[in-house]
Ligand binder design. Structure first.
Ligand SMILES: [Zn+2]
Length: 342
């Protein structure tokens, strides 16, 4: 899922998103709640109409922003969380009821439960308390009103702790959500333990429901979580990487600011059919990036999104022909060819 934080996948318009092969995108409840506000978006016909995207939209609950910006966190209790808005510093409160209400008014297709997502390395009692409150909040949200046809996903927590991951899933799954996310990972821990926890957490979730790993978007990471039973993931990585002047390719990540691309007439990636690769050279895109031309960032965003969407399309096809393991091994070997960057 490309991430459209503020009702836009940065620099990419909806027709382009569709042409790239995006099927579902993500919107951020936290940001939309403060600017421009769910009331205004509802008044103008809902989030799909507002941003002119008629495909599915998943909205997060807003909790991740609150819990990842630790210095804005004021207090957490069983009814909700109090924090300072990043927009004006005012004390604000988000409750399970409000998170559901905002998403109902935005009219997204998939609404996420408000959960507590602690950073990596917190003491176990803090992790345990996060699991307990996440369950309390999920129980409340199960029954709350939703937009017509809107699905609601629960989020399991527990960090890297095997016992807590099991407990969280065992408490959430009986509530009968439409899908389940694995939260509380990709928050600063090492990758090996993170993938182990993913395998474990996924094993406790029902096979017939979608499983969503929150916040992974590098090509290798995406393939590793797919191998562990994950169906959905989101990350700002393709568009954020683009805005730093880098391209995701089968030769690894290319930093277009590098002088070695100054006379490089090749496309970013020989295998890519995106608008950047079918028309432009690395030399041209390097020139745009170095001159801070907006088109450079747009072309890199289009390319990076296409690269990841093509990657997951290939993964899906490999799964369908029961050849995922060998396809993945081959893909990882190709991705491991990292050119040396200055
Ligand atoms: Zn491309």
């Amino acid at each position: 899922m490309p991430v459209g934080t503020k009702a836009t996948v940065k620099t990419v318009d909806p027709d382009e998103l569709r042409a790239l092969g995006a099927t579902v995108i993500l919107g951020n409840t936290y940001h939309l709640h403060f600017r421009p506000g769910e009331d205004l978006i509802e008044e103008l016909g809902g989030l799909h109409r507002f941003m002119a995207w008629d495909g599915p939209i998943l909205t997060d609950s807003g909790g991740f922003q609150i819990f990842s910006l630790r210095d804005t966190l004021l207090a957490v209790d069983d009814d909700g969380v109090t924090f300072r808005s990043v927009y004006d510093g005012k004390a604000e409160r988000l409750t399970p009821e409000l998170a559901a209400r905002i998403q109902e008014r935005l009219g997204s297709d998939i609404a996420m439960c408000l959960d507590i997502c602690p950073p990596a390395g917190v003491p176990r009692h803090e992790l345990e308390e996060a699991v307990r409150r996440t369950t309390v909040w999920a129980q409340k949200q199960r029954e709350l009103p939703r937009a017509p046809g809107q699905l609601r996903f629960g989020i399991t927590q527990g960090g890297l702790d095997a016992e807590l991951r099991r407990r969280s899933s065992e408490e959430l799954v009986p509530l009968g959500f439409d899908g389940y996310a694995i939260g509380g990972l990709s928050v600063g821990e090492r990758r090996g333990p993170m993938f182990d926890a993913t395998s474990l957490a996924a094993s406790y979730l029902p096979h017939e429901r979608a499983r969503y790993f929150m916040g992974i978007g590098d090509p290798e990471g995406v393939l590793e979580v797919i191998a562990r039973g994950i169906d959905m993931f989101d990350c700002v990585l393709p568009t954020r990487t683009a805005r730093t002047g880098s391209a995701l390719t089968w030769e690894g990540r290319l930093n277009l600011r590098n002088a070695r691309f100054a006379r490089d007439a090749r496309p970013l990636d020989e295998h890519c059919g995106c608008p950047a690769c079918t028309r432009h050279s690395r030399a041209y895109i390097r020139h745009l990036v170095n001159q801070q031309e907006i088109l450079g960032l747009r072309l890199l965003s289009l390319h990076n999104l296409r690269f990841l969407l093509d990657l997951v399309r290939e993964a899906r096809q490999a799964i369908e022909r029961s050849g995922f393991d060998s396809w993945k091994a081959d893909a990882l070997a190709r991705l491991a060819v990292q050119p040396q960057e200055a």
